[in-house]
Ligand binder design. Sequence first.
Ligand code: ZN
Length: 461
Amino acid sequence: MDLYGPILEKALFPAFEAARGRPTVPLLKYLQGTERMSRAQLRDLQAGFLRRLIRHAYLHTAYYRDLLDQRNLRPEDFDSVEALAQLPLLDRDTVRTSFEARTAAAPPRWVIQKSTSGTTGQPVVVKYNAESRHWRDATRWRGYGWSGYRIGMRAYHYWGFGPPSDSWVKRQKVALDRAIKRDLYVDCTPRSDQALMGAVQQLKSYDAQVMVAYTAGAAALAKFVNEHKLRDWKSFPVLVGAERLWPHDREMIQEAFGPVFETYGCREVMLIGSECEAHDGMHTSMETMIVELIVRDLDGTVRNARPGETGEVALTDLHNLACPMIRYITGDLAVARENTPCSCGRGLDRIGPIEGRVTETLRDGNGHPVGGLVFNILFGVLNHVARKFQVIQRVDGSVVMKVVPNVGDKLPDADYKKVQDFAAKYLPATPFSVEYVDDIPLSAAGKRKVVIVEKPADATA
Ligand SMILES: [Zn+2]
Protein backbone atom coordinates (compact mmCIF):
# COMPACT_ATOMS: atom_id res chain seq x y z
CA MET A 1 0.00 0.00 0.00
CA ASP A 2 1.22 3.43 -0.89
CA LEU A 3 1.25 5.41 2.35
CA TYR A 4 3.58 8.15 1.26
CA GLY A 5 1.07 9.64 -1.22
CA PRO A 6 -1.79 10.34 1.23
CA ILE A 7 0.63 11.54 3.91
CA LEU A 8 2.22 13.91 1.41
CA GLU A 9 -1.18 15.28 0.45
CA LYS A 10 -2.60 15.64 3.96
CA ALA A 11 0.40 16.58 6.06
CA LEU A 12 3.71 17.11 4.35
CA PHE A 13 2.66 19.29 1.47
CA PRO A 14 0.54 21.70 3.58
CA ALA A 15 3.36 21.95 6.12
CA PHE A 16 5.89 22.50 3.36
CA GLU A 17 3.81 25.23 1.76
CA ALA A 18 3.00 26.88 5.09
CA ALA A 19 6.68 26.86 5.94
CA ARG A 20 7.31 28.82 2.76
CA GLY A 21 4.53 31.21 3.67
CA ARG A 22 2.22 30.10 0.89
CA PRO A 23 -1.49 29.71 1.56
CA THR A 24 -1.88 27.34 -1.41
CA VAL A 25 -3.80 24.70 0.51
CA PRO A 26 -6.43 26.98 2.11
CA LEU A 27 -6.91 28.61 -1.31
CA LEU A 28 -7.31 25.21 -2.95
CA LYS A 29 -10.05 24.35 -0.43
CA TYR A 30 -11.70 27.68 -1.17
CA LEU A 31 -11.65 27.01 -4.92
CA GLN A 32 -13.10 23.54 -4.43
CA GLY A 33 -16.09 25.32 -2.86
CA THR A 34 -16.46 28.22 -5.30
CA GLU A 35 -16.43 25.92 -8.35
CA ARG A 36 -19.85 24.69 -7.21
CA MET A 37 -21.34 28.19 -7.11
CA SER A 38 -23.76 29.30 -9.80
CA ARG A 39 -22.47 31.15 -12.84
CA ALA A 40 -24.13 34.36 -11.59
CA GLN A 41 -22.37 34.09 -8.23
CA LEU A 42 -19.05 33.43 -9.93
CA ARG A 43 -19.53 36.50 -12.14
CA ASP A 44 -20.21 38.57 -9.01
CA LEU A 45 -17.03 37.23 -7.48
CA GLN A 46 -15.13 38.21 -10.64
CA ALA A 47 -16.66 41.69 -10.58
CA GLY A 48 -15.45 42.18 -7.01
CA PHE A 49 -11.89 41.15 -7.85
CA LEU A 50 -12.02 43.25 -11.02
CA ARG A 51 -12.99 46.39 -9.07
CA ARG A 52 -10.07 45.86 -6.71
CA LEU A 53 -7.69 45.33 -9.65
CA ILE A 54 -8.78 48.39 -11.57
CA ARG A 55 -8.78 50.63 -8.51
CA HIS A 56 -5.22 49.55 -7.72
CA ALA A 57 -4.09 49.88 -11.34
CA TYR A 58 -5.61 53.34 -11.61
CA LEU A 59 -4.11 54.63 -8.36
CA HIS A 60 -0.66 53.09 -8.70
CA THR A 61 0.28 52.61 -12.35
CA ALA A 62 0.97 55.36 -14.88
CA TYR A 63 -0.30 53.20 -17.74
CA TYR A 64 -3.81 52.55 -16.41
CA ARG A 65 -4.13 56.02 -14.89
CA ASP A 66 -3.60 57.50 -18.38
CA LEU A 67 -5.79 54.91 -20.06
CA LEU A 68 -8.79 55.61 -17.83
CA ASP A 69 -8.29 59.38 -17.79
CA GLN A 70 -8.16 59.51 -21.60
CA ARG A 71 -11.52 57.77 -21.66
CA ASN A 72 -13.04 59.78 -18.81
CA LEU A 73 -13.40 56.60 -16.81
CA ARG A 74 -13.15 56.12 -13.06
CA PRO A 75 -12.57 52.84 -11.18
CA GLU A 76 -16.20 53.01 -9.96
CA ASP A 77 -17.33 52.60 -13.57
CA PHE A 78 -16.24 48.95 -13.44
CA ASP A 79 -19.15 47.45 -11.54
CA SER A 80 -19.52 44.27 -13.60
CA VAL A 81 -17.49 41.93 -15.78
CA GLU A 82 -19.17 43.39 -18.87
CA ALA A 83 -17.79 46.84 -17.96
CA LEU A 84 -14.37 45.51 -18.86
CA ALA A 85 -15.26 46.11 -22.51
CA GLN A 86 -14.68 49.84 -21.89
CA LEU A 87 -10.95 49.21 -21.88
CA PRO A 88 -8.88 48.45 -25.00
CA LEU A 89 -7.28 45.09 -25.67
CA LEU A 90 -3.67 44.70 -24.58
CA ASP A 91 -1.61 43.25 -27.44
CA ARG A 92 1.85 41.74 -27.16
CA ASP A 93 3.64 44.81 -28.50
CA THR A 94 1.95 47.00 -25.89
CA VAL A 95 2.79 44.48 -23.18
CA ARG A 96 6.45 45.02 -24.04
CA THR A 97 6.39 48.79 -24.38
CA SER A 98 4.21 49.39 -21.29
CA PHE A 99 6.16 47.09 -18.99
CA GLU A 100 7.50 49.84 -16.72
CA ALA A 101 4.35 51.97 -16.90
CA ARG A 102 2.20 49.02 -15.84
CA THR A 103 4.40 48.29 -12.82
CA ALA A 104 2.62 49.48 -9.68
CA ALA A 105 4.35 52.06 -7.49
CA ALA A 106 2.70 50.73 -4.32
CA PRO A 107 2.70 47.27 -2.71
CA PRO A 108 2.17 44.44 -3.26
CA ARG A 109 5.51 44.31 -5.03
CA TRP A 110 6.34 41.85 -7.73
CA VAL A 111 8.36 38.86 -6.55
CA ILE A 112 8.42 36.69 -9.66
CA GLN A 113 9.46 37.63 -13.15
CA LYS A 114 9.45 35.28 -16.08
CA SER A 115 9.49 35.34 -19.83
CA THR A 116 7.26 33.50 -22.20
CA SER A 117 7.40 32.90 -25.91
CA GLY A 118 3.71 32.16 -26.32
CA THR A 119 2.58 30.58 -29.53
CA THR A 120 3.65 33.37 -31.84
CA GLY A 121 7.42 33.41 -31.42
CA GLN A 122 7.30 36.88 -29.88
CA PRO A 123 8.43 36.65 -26.26
CA VAL A 124 7.02 38.84 -23.50
CA VAL A 125 7.97 39.33 -19.87
CA VAL A 126 5.46 39.10 -17.03
CA LYS A 127 5.95 39.77 -13.35
CA TYR A 128 3.58 39.28 -10.46
CA ASN A 129 3.10 39.48 -6.71
CA ALA A 130 3.12 36.63 -4.20
CA GLU A 131 -0.65 36.49 -3.82
CA SER A 132 -1.05 36.08 -7.55
CA ARG A 133 1.34 33.16 -7.42
CA HIS A 134 -0.71 31.44 -4.69
CA TRP A 135 -3.86 31.76 -6.76
CA ARG A 136 -2.04 30.30 -9.77
CA ASP A 137 -0.76 27.32 -7.81
CA ALA A 138 -4.10 26.63 -6.15
CA THR A 139 -5.97 27.03 -9.43
CA ARG A 140 -3.69 24.54 -11.14
CA TRP A 141 -4.09 21.96 -8.38
CA ARG A 142 -7.85 22.46 -8.45
CA GLY A 143 -8.10 21.97 -12.23
CA TYR A 144 -5.67 19.06 -12.30
CA GLY A 145 -7.65 17.51 -9.45
CA TRP A 146 -10.69 17.01 -11.69
CA SER A 147 -8.77 14.21 -13.38
CA GLY A 148 -8.15 12.50 -10.03
CA TYR A 149 -4.60 13.88 -9.77
CA ARG A 150 -3.91 14.52 -6.09
CA ILE A 151 -0.85 16.14 -4.57
CA GLY A 152 1.56 13.34 -3.66
CA MET A 153 0.79 11.01 -6.55
CA ARG A 154 3.68 9.70 -8.63
CA ALA A 155 3.41 12.03 -11.61
CA TYR A 156 5.21 11.23 -14.84
CA HIS A 157 5.85 14.45 -16.75
CA TYR A 158 6.48 13.95 -20.44
CA TRP A 159 7.35 17.32 -21.93
CA GLY A 160 10.17 19.57 -23.12
CA PHE A 161 13.05 21.18 -21.28
CA GLY A 162 14.90 24.42 -21.72
CA PRO A 163 18.63 24.68 -21.24
CA PRO A 164 19.60 23.99 -17.60
CA SER A 165 19.58 26.98 -15.27
CA ASP A 166 22.87 28.83 -14.96
CA SER A 167 22.40 28.94 -11.23
CA TRP A 168 23.46 25.88 -9.25
CA VAL A 169 21.26 26.96 -6.32
CA LYS A 170 18.24 27.19 -8.60
CA ARG A 171 18.95 23.75 -10.08
CA GLN A 172 19.15 22.23 -6.59
CA LYS A 173 15.90 23.91 -5.57
CA VAL A 174 14.12 22.51 -8.62
CA ALA A 175 15.48 19.02 -7.92
CA LEU A 176 14.40 19.21 -4.29
CA ASP A 177 10.94 20.43 -5.21
CA ARG A 178 10.50 17.57 -7.68
CA ALA A 179 11.75 14.95 -5.23
CA ILE A 180 9.38 16.14 -2.51
CA LYS A 181 6.43 16.14 -4.85
CA ARG A 182 7.53 12.79 -6.34
CA ASP A 183 7.63 13.95 -9.92
CA LEU A 184 9.58 12.31 -12.71
CA TYR A 185 10.47 14.44 -15.73
CA VAL A 186 11.11 12.76 -19.05
CA ASP A 187 12.04 14.68 -22.19
CA CYS A 188 9.39 14.22 -24.89
CA THR A 189 11.32 16.01 -27.62
CA PRO A 190 13.30 13.10 -29.11
CA ARG A 191 10.80 10.74 -30.74
CA SER A 192 12.94 7.96 -32.23
CA ASP A 193 11.84 4.37 -31.41
CA GLN A 194 14.79 4.14 -29.05
CA ALA A 195 13.77 7.31 -27.21
CA LEU A 196 10.13 6.18 -27.00
CA MET A 197 11.18 2.76 -25.66
CA GLY A 198 13.30 4.50 -23.03
CA ALA A 199 10.30 6.63 -22.02
CA VAL A 200 8.12 3.50 -21.69
CA GLN A 201 10.73 1.80 -19.53
CA GLN A 202 10.91 4.82 -17.24
CA LEU A 203 7.13 4.90 -17.02
CA LYS A 204 7.06 1.25 -15.97
CA SER A 205 9.85 1.35 -13.42
CA TYR A 206 8.38 4.55 -11.95
CA ASP A 207 4.93 2.96 -11.66
CA ALA A 208 3.25 6.24 -12.59
CA GLN A 209 -0.15 7.15 -11.13
CA VAL A 210 -0.75 10.10 -13.42
CA MET A 211 0.83 11.53 -16.57
CA VAL A 212 1.19 15.21 -17.43
CA ALA A 213 2.28 15.65 -21.04
CA TYR A 214 2.55 17.73 -24.16
CA THR A 215 -0.28 16.54 -26.34
CA ALA A 216 1.79 15.54 -29.36
CA GLY A 217 4.35 13.85 -27.10
CA ALA A 218 1.69 11.78 -25.35
CA ALA A 219 0.16 10.88 -28.71
CA ALA A 220 3.50 9.74 -30.14
CA LEU A 221 4.23 7.65 -27.05
CA ALA A 222 0.69 6.19 -27.08
CA LYS A 223 0.98 5.20 -30.73
CA PHE A 224 4.27 3.47 -30.00
CA VAL A 225 2.79 1.62 -26.98
CA ASN A 226 -0.26 0.50 -28.93
CA GLU A 227 1.63 -0.60 -32.04
CA HIS A 228 4.07 -2.68 -30.03
CA LYS A 229 1.43 -3.89 -27.56
CA LEU A 230 3.53 -2.74 -24.61
CA ARG A 231 0.76 -1.89 -22.16
CA ASP A 232 0.87 -3.96 -18.99
CA TRP A 233 -0.22 -1.27 -16.53
CA LYS A 234 -3.47 -0.20 -14.94
CA SER A 235 -5.31 2.81 -16.24
CA PHE A 236 -4.22 6.25 -15.00
CA PRO A 237 -5.33 9.77 -15.98
CA VAL A 238 -3.36 11.66 -18.61
CA LEU A 239 -3.40 15.48 -18.53
CA VAL A 240 -2.39 16.92 -21.86
CA GLY A 241 -1.73 20.51 -22.87
CA ALA A 242 0.28 23.00 -24.89
CA GLU A 243 -0.83 21.51 -28.20
CA ARG A 244 -4.06 20.70 -29.99
CA LEU A 245 -5.75 17.47 -28.92
CA TRP A 246 -7.27 15.72 -31.91
CA PRO A 247 -10.04 13.13 -31.37
CA HIS A 248 -7.95 10.25 -32.73
CA ASP A 249 -5.07 11.22 -30.42
CA ARG A 250 -7.46 11.13 -27.48
CA GLU A 251 -8.48 7.58 -28.42
CA MET A 252 -4.89 6.43 -28.82
CA ILE A 253 -3.81 7.93 -25.49
CA GLN A 254 -6.81 6.43 -23.74
CA GLU A 255 -6.01 3.00 -25.15
CA ALA A 256 -2.37 3.22 -24.12
CA PHE A 257 -2.69 4.82 -20.66
CA GLY A 258 -6.14 5.90 -19.51
CA PRO A 259 -8.69 8.73 -19.64
CA VAL A 260 -7.49 11.99 -21.21
CA PHE A 261 -8.05 15.42 -19.63
CA GLU A 262 -7.23 18.35 -21.82
CA THR A 263 -5.78 21.45 -20.19
CA TYR A 264 -5.09 24.91 -21.51
CA GLY A 265 -2.63 27.28 -19.93
CA CYS A 266 0.19 29.68 -20.62
CA ARG A 267 3.19 30.91 -18.68
CA GLU A 268 1.64 34.36 -18.31
CA VAL A 269 -1.17 33.13 -16.02
CA MET A 270 -0.75 29.31 -15.75
CA LEU A 271 -3.94 27.24 -15.93
CA ILE A 272 -6.68 28.93 -17.98
CA GLY A 273 -8.96 25.97 -18.53
CA SER A 274 -9.21 22.32 -17.65
CA GLU A 275 -11.44 19.42 -18.59
CA CYS A 276 -13.64 17.75 -15.96
CA GLU A 277 -14.90 14.19 -15.88
CA ALA A 278 -17.66 15.11 -18.35
CA HIS A 279 -14.96 15.66 -21.06
CA ASP A 280 -17.10 18.34 -22.69
CA GLY A 281 -15.03 21.50 -23.05
CA MET A 282 -12.68 23.07 -20.52
CA HIS A 283 -13.89 24.92 -17.43
CA THR A 284 -12.16 28.27 -17.13
CA SER A 285 -10.42 29.40 -13.94
CA MET A 286 -13.03 32.08 -13.25
CA GLU A 287 -11.90 32.92 -9.72
CA THR A 288 -8.38 33.71 -10.92
CA MET A 289 -8.96 35.36 -14.27
CA ILE A 290 -11.54 36.66 -16.69
CA VAL A 291 -11.37 34.82 -20.00
CA GLU A 292 -12.90 36.67 -22.95
CA LEU A 293 -13.16 35.29 -26.47
CA ILE A 294 -12.97 38.31 -28.73
CA VAL A 295 -13.97 38.83 -32.34
CA ARG A 296 -12.70 41.92 -34.13
CA ASP A 297 -15.08 42.50 -37.00
CA LEU A 298 -13.94 44.04 -40.27
CA ASP A 299 -15.65 47.34 -39.45
CA GLY A 300 -13.47 47.65 -36.33
CA THR A 301 -16.04 46.63 -33.74
CA VAL A 302 -14.87 44.36 -30.96
CA ARG A 303 -17.39 41.88 -29.56
CA ASN A 304 -17.62 38.56 -27.75
CA ALA A 305 -17.59 35.41 -29.85
CA ARG A 306 -20.97 33.72 -30.14
CA PRO A 307 -21.39 30.07 -29.14
CA GLY A 308 -19.66 27.92 -31.74
CA GLU A 309 -17.63 30.85 -33.03
CA THR A 310 -13.84 31.15 -32.70
CA GLY A 311 -12.46 34.14 -30.83
CA GLU A 312 -9.10 35.53 -29.73
CA VAL A 313 -8.36 34.69 -26.11
CA ALA A 314 -8.11 37.83 -23.94
CA LEU A 315 -7.15 37.41 -20.28
CA THR A 316 -7.53 39.63 -17.24
CA ASP A 317 -5.39 38.36 -14.40
CA LEU A 318 -7.49 39.25 -11.35
CA HIS A 319 -4.87 38.85 -8.63
CA ASN A 320 -1.79 40.36 -10.23
CA LEU A 321 -1.74 43.84 -8.74
CA ALA A 322 2.02 44.32 -9.10
CA CYS A 323 2.03 44.54 -12.90
CA PRO A 324 -1.57 44.31 -14.10
CA MET A 325 -2.52 42.64 -17.37
CA ILE A 326 -6.04 43.56 -18.37
CA ARG A 327 -7.59 42.14 -21.56
CA TYR A 328 -4.26 40.68 -22.63
CA ILE A 329 -4.44 39.04 -26.07
CA THR A 330 -2.53 35.77 -25.74
CA GLY A 331 -2.35 34.95 -29.44
CA ASP A 332 -4.44 31.80 -28.97
CA LEU A 333 -7.82 31.16 -30.54
CA ALA A 334 -10.63 29.29 -28.81
CA VAL A 335 -14.16 28.26 -29.64
CA ALA A 336 -16.89 29.87 -27.51
CA ARG A 337 -19.59 27.74 -25.91
CA GLU A 338 -23.09 28.24 -24.60
CA ASN A 339 -23.11 29.10 -20.89
CA THR A 340 -25.21 26.08 -19.99
CA PRO A 341 -24.48 24.15 -16.79
CA CYS A 342 -22.07 21.23 -17.14
CA SER A 343 -23.31 17.77 -16.14
CA CYS A 344 -20.54 17.70 -13.50
CA GLY A 345 -22.38 20.42 -11.54
CA ARG A 346 -19.62 23.03 -11.63
CA GLY A 347 -20.71 26.58 -12.41
CA LEU A 348 -17.49 27.57 -14.18
CA ASP A 349 -17.82 28.67 -17.81
CA ARG A 350 -16.46 26.37 -20.48
CA ILE A 351 -14.45 27.03 -23.64
CA GLY A 352 -12.83 24.96 -26.33
CA PRO A 353 -11.44 23.48 -28.35
CA ILE A 354 -8.39 25.72 -28.48
CA GLU A 355 -7.24 26.32 -32.03
CA GLY A 356 -3.88 27.21 -33.45
CA ARG A 357 -1.90 25.03 -31.08
CA VAL A 358 -0.52 22.85 -33.81
CA THR A 359 3.22 22.38 -33.62
CA GLU A 360 5.27 20.84 -36.37
CA THR A 361 7.52 17.85 -35.98
CA LEU A 362 11.07 18.23 -37.31
CA ARG A 363 13.45 15.42 -38.32
CA ASP A 364 17.00 15.17 -37.10
CA GLY A 365 19.90 14.19 -39.36
CA ASN A 366 19.26 10.52 -38.58
CA GLY A 367 15.65 10.79 -39.71
CA HIS A 368 14.19 10.65 -36.19
CA PRO A 369 11.19 12.84 -35.30
CA VAL A 370 11.77 15.80 -32.95
CA GLY A 371 8.90 17.70 -31.29
CA GLY A 372 8.89 21.34 -32.46
CA LEU A 373 7.51 22.82 -29.25
CA VAL A 374 10.92 22.58 -27.64
CA PHE A 375 11.96 25.75 -29.47
CA ASN A 376 9.28 27.75 -27.65
CA ILE A 377 10.96 26.75 -24.43
CA LEU A 378 14.39 27.68 -25.72
CA PHE A 379 13.22 31.17 -26.54
CA GLY A 380 11.36 31.56 -23.30
CA VAL A 381 14.82 31.27 -21.80
CA LEU A 382 16.44 33.66 -24.31
CA ASN A 383 13.70 36.25 -24.09
CA HIS A 384 16.02 38.93 -22.78
CA VAL A 385 18.17 38.79 -25.92
CA ALA A 386 15.74 37.90 -28.72
CA ARG A 387 12.62 39.78 -29.74
CA LYS A 388 11.23 37.40 -32.35
CA PHE A 389 12.30 34.07 -33.70
CA GLN A 390 11.33 31.32 -36.08
CA VAL A 391 12.73 27.90 -36.89
CA ILE A 392 12.58 26.61 -40.44
CA GLN A 393 13.49 23.13 -41.63
CA ARG A 394 14.28 23.18 -45.33
CA VAL A 395 13.42 20.35 -47.70
CA ASP A 396 17.09 19.25 -47.68
CA GLY A 397 16.80 18.73 -43.89
CA SER A 398 18.90 21.73 -42.84
CA VAL A 399 17.50 23.93 -40.08
CA VAL A 400 17.71 27.71 -40.00
CA MET A 401 16.83 29.70 -36.91
CA LYS A 402 15.82 33.26 -37.71
CA VAL A 403 16.33 35.66 -34.84
CA VAL A 404 15.52 39.33 -34.33
CA PRO A 405 18.04 40.30 -31.61
CA ASN A 406 16.89 42.57 -28.82
CA VAL A 407 20.00 44.73 -28.82
CA GLY A 408 22.56 45.12 -31.60
CA ASP A 409 22.68 42.82 -34.59
CA LYS A 410 23.43 39.46 -33.00
CA LEU A 411 22.97 37.34 -29.88
CA PRO A 412 25.55 37.68 -27.09
CA ASP A 413 28.18 34.92 -27.31
CA ALA A 414 26.94 33.04 -24.25
CA ASP A 415 23.40 32.88 -25.58
CA TYR A 416 24.57 31.97 -29.07
CA LYS A 417 26.42 29.04 -27.51
CA LYS A 418 23.26 27.99 -25.67
CA VAL A 419 21.40 27.87 -28.98
CA GLN A 420 24.17 25.84 -30.61
CA ASP A 421 24.31 23.39 -27.68
CA PHE A 422 20.56 23.07 -27.78
CA ALA A 423 20.58 22.32 -31.51
CA ALA A 424 23.40 19.80 -31.10
CA LYS A 425 21.39 18.00 -28.41
CA TYR A 426 17.99 17.90 -30.09
CA LEU A 427 18.94 17.97 -33.76
CA PRO A 428 21.96 15.66 -33.99
CA ALA A 429 23.63 15.31 -37.40
CA THR A 430 21.55 18.20 -38.75
CA PRO A 431 23.07 21.21 -40.55
CA PHE A 432 22.03 24.11 -38.32
CA SER A 433 22.54 27.84 -38.67
CA VAL A 434 21.39 31.08 -37.07
CA GLU A 435 20.29 33.90 -39.32
CA TYR A 436 19.84 37.43 -37.96
CA VAL A 437 16.98 39.38 -39.49
CA ASP A 438 15.30 42.76 -38.88
CA ASP A 439 11.79 41.36 -38.68
CA ILE A 440 9.75 38.20 -39.10
CA PRO A 441 6.45 39.12 -40.72
CA LEU A 442 3.15 37.53 -39.78
CA SER A 443 1.57 35.06 -42.15
CA ALA A 444 -1.57 35.93 -44.11
CA ALA A 445 -3.65 34.56 -41.22
CA GLY A 446 -2.03 37.07 -38.87
CA LYS A 447 -0.09 34.41 -37.01
CA ARG A 448 3.62 33.84 -36.77
CA LYS A 449 4.46 30.18 -36.68
CA VAL A 450 7.35 29.30 -34.41
CA VAL A 451 8.35 26.21 -36.38
CA ILE A 452 7.93 25.72 -40.11
CA VAL A 453 8.74 22.47 -41.87
CA GLU A 454 8.97 23.03 -45.60
CA LYS A 455 7.46 20.31 -47.76
CA PRO A 456 8.81 19.25 -51.15
CA ALA A 457 6.95 21.00 -53.96
CA ASP A 458 4.54 18.70 -55.78
CA ALA A 459 6.36 17.72 -58.98
CA THR A 460 3.12 17.41 -60.94
CA ALA A 461 1.87 20.86 -59.95
ZN1 ZN B 1 -17.84 19.91 -15.96
